[in-house]
Design a protein around this ligand. Structure first.
Ligand SMILES: Nc1ncnc2c1ncn2[C@@H]1O[C@H](COP(=O)(O)OP(=O)(O)OP(=O)(O)O)[C@@H](O)[C@H]1O
Ligand SMILES: [Mg+2]
Length: 133
């Protein structure tokens, strides 16, 4: 496990851009951390590292944002049951061969693919974050 201390959103994005280079098509990365820790900031950096130039916005209300069928960004905070997740087609996204980033994956634990990668970000407010990968 590696630990990185980020001092700003820009440093978190830069770290995530480098991390993205270690990913392969079909990988699922669970982005763990409390509300406001910086999971979506990590997703922005990973997208940038994958060469995706679209603006990355939080999929909190849409559940999943898709970027060129290459990157799928899930926010499961409001997913109430695995049954609902199945109805939303989550399993199809995991099987689509892109890279999946999942916030609040604990809400869909039973639907996650095997061998997920995990990045944990912790810290609050303006300032430092600890990123474990
Ligand atoms: N070092 C840092 N790294 C990342 N974000 C930081 C850092 N310092 C401050 N921030 C701020 O923390 C906030 C992180 O917000 P973000 O939406 O990424 O959180 P989240 O973990 O996705 O939350 P949620 O669970 O609500 O989706 C942003 O406002 C960002 O500017
Ligand atoms: Mg988020």
């Amino acid at each position: 496990m590696a630990v990185f201390i980020s001092h700003s959103p820009a440093e978190t994005i830069a770290w995530a851009e480098d991390y993205a280079k270690t990913l392969h098509a079909g990988d699922t990365v669970l982005l763990d951390g409390n509300m406001g820790a910086g999971k979506t900031v990590l997703a922005k950096g990973i997208a940038r590292g994958l060469g995706i130039s679209d603006e990355i916005t939080s999929p909190t209300y849409a559940y999943i944002n898709s970027y060129a069928d290459k990157l799928f960004h899930f926010d499961c905070y409001r997913v109430l049951s695995e049954r609902q997740a199945i109805e939303l087609g989550f399993s199809d996204y995991f099987a689509a061969g892109g890279i999946c980033l999942v916030e609040w994956s604990e809400n869909i634990a039973g639907l996650l693919p095997e061998n997920c990668k995990r990045v944990h970000i912790s810290g609050m407010g303006d300032g430092a974050r600890e990123i474990r990968s």
